[in-house]
Structures are given as C-alpha cells and as structure tokens.
Design a binder for this molecule. Structure first.
Ligand SMILES: [Zn+2]
Length: 311
C-alpha cells in the first residue's frame, strides 16, 4: 500500500505577524481578532477578554461626564524650558512634537462638567502627550482646578495615566508633587471629596503624589500601578517580579486601592461616591449651580475631538 507508506507532507503553517487588519485588531492580551467597531462600542475594552485599551482624554471625558456639559479651563497654559534641557533631543523640540501630535499645549485637560447632574472639577492626564508626564504646567493646571473646586465648593475627580514626573524639568517637576498634594490637603479641610481614578499605566511621581491621595481610589482592571516600573526593579534587585505584582487586583488585595471598577461602570460608581461624600447642603446647592458662563471656560465638543483623533 503505497498510499500509507508515503511520508507525510511537510506543511508549514505561517503565523501572521500583523497585529491589525482593515477594521480588525488582534487583541494584544488574548490574541483573538476583534472588530474595531465592536471594541469601540464596548468602551474600548476587548469583548473577548475584557482587556482595557487606553483611550483618549476626550473619550474618557465622554464616558464620565454628562453630554454637552464639559467646559475646559486653563487650556492656554503652555510649558517653558527653564533649564534649557537637552538629552538626545532638546526639550523644546520634544514639546513641539507632542503639541503637534495632540493639538494640545500640555499633557492634562482640566475643566468643569456634570456627572449625573452634579457639577464636578475634573482633570484627565493625557498619556499621548510625552507619556502623561508631570511638568510644571501639568502640576499648575491640576492645582488651579483643585483651587477652583475649593472656591466653588465642588468635588474633584482626577484620572491618571502617566509615566511619572517629567525628567526634562528636573526638580521643578518634582516640586509639583508637593504642590498638588498641598492643594488637595486644602480641599480636604473644606470637606470636599476627591476621587482618584488610576488607569493603565499610573507610575512614578504621579503614584507618589495626588494619584494616591484620593478619599476614594479607584483603578481600572489590570492597570499597571507602581512607583518604579518592573524593568527598573528587575535591573536593581536582579530578580523577576511575579507578573501580576504591580497590577490593580494585586494592589487591591494589599490595601492600596478601594476598588477595581470596569470602565463601563466607572461613571455610576463615581456618581455614587460623590453623593455619599459631599456634604448634603452643598450637594443641593451645587445641583442648582449653572455651568454656563463659567469665567474663562470653553465648551468642548467631545464628539468632534474624538472624530479628529480616531484611528
Ligand atoms: Zn482580548
């Protein structure tokens, strides 16, 4: 029987190396093919494994605030280069590139919007702008929005996504840790709540300052949250960390977080916490507070901005 004695044909199955096809994405976590539309409708979380992909600041604001309510403040503040810093590239040129890429002046958006009808001061760090790093202007904008919350008696929500302090500004950037922390201490003295949202990744000076100071600290699932990243630790101690060691779930187990909340449930959760934590008389007063004609604020069309930056 010649048929059975024949050696098996050697078929080579070539694995595709492409990570995305027209309209499809190969999930970096579960390696399944996911349609981009489906991903978008699922708040940019993988419908197969629930991996939370990074989203833009505008998508984040759309998810958290009531439609048509977000007004940006302090948008004109732009970073300087007081140290004339240069590594492989000048700081000035890095800023120019980031500004061109994001069409924004700095790595944080600050303003006021309503969350389930409750006016709230909001700050969202922009990872697309130099890795969401905190320079003097990022620190200043966050401090200004916290101070605005104090004068208007509003709760504060800050969403972090950052590589840490901006090394090109050296000590000036590190000073922002103290400045933002001091502003939050004042907020706390006024009995106004601060809710900190940690998303992937929240690291360095951000974790070591305002991100860890929330009355409630919420993280998205499987977000990397740490001071020194896994690579730095491995190089220092010469040992590999367990894969889940710096992820949200591990930190929750060890008492560093209050809860891990899926992206689609975040707005509800934040709104519940604000209602619990705001003094009752302020809650009623603020509900009547109009967001219109806010001094120096500009209404942002989130839909328009999302379309501009969509992939
Ligand atoms: Zn997946």
């Amino acid at each position: 029987m010649k048929l059975f004695s024949k050696s098996k044909p050697k078929i080579k199955v070539q694995e595709t190396k492409r990570e995305s096809f027209d309209g499809w994405l190969k999930c970096t976590h579960c390696k399944e093919l996911v349609h981009l539309k489906e991903l978008e409708q699922n708040t940019n979380c993988c419908p197969k494994c629930d991996y939370h992909y990074r989203i833009s600041i505008y998508e984040r604001l759309k998810l958290l605030t009531d439609e048509g309510s977000f007004q940006e403040m302090y948008e004109d503040l732009s970073p300087l280069d007081p140290l004339n810093f240069k590594d492989t590239e000048t700081y000035k040129s890095r800023i120019a590139k980031a500004q061109k890429k994001t069409s924004r002046k700095e790595g944080v958006i600050t303003g006021v919007g309503t969350i389930d009808g409750q006016p709230t001061a909001i700050g969202v760090l922009d990872f697309a702008f130099m890795g969401g790093s905190m320079g003097s202007v990022v620190g200043e904008k966050l401090t200004l929005i916290i101070e605005h919350a104090i004068s208007e008696q509003l709760p504060v929500v800050i969403v972090s996504a950052s590589g840490g302090a901006r090394m090109q500004e050296s000590a000036l950037s590190l000073m922002q840790m103290a400045k933002t922390s001091a502003a939050l201490a004042k907020l706390s003295k006024c009995s106004l709540p601060y809710i900190s949202i940690l998303t992937n990744p929240t690291t360095g000076g951000i974790t070591a300052s305002f991100a860890s100071l929330g009355d409630v600290i919420i993280a998205e699932p499987k977000a990397l949250i740490c001071f020194a990243g896994p690579r730095v630790i491995e190089q220092t101690i010469g040992e590999k960390l367990p894969p889940e060691a710096q992820k949200s779930e591990f930190l929750l187990e060890h008492g560093m977080l209050d809860c891990v909340v899926r992206r689609k449930d975040l707005k509800n959760k934040i709104s519940t916490f604000i209602k619990y934590l705001m003094p009752e008389k302020l809650l009623k007063k603020n509900r009547k507070l109009s967001l219109e004609n806010l001094k120096g604020a500009k209404l942002v069309s989130l839909e328009k901005e999302i379309k501009k930056t969509s992939r």
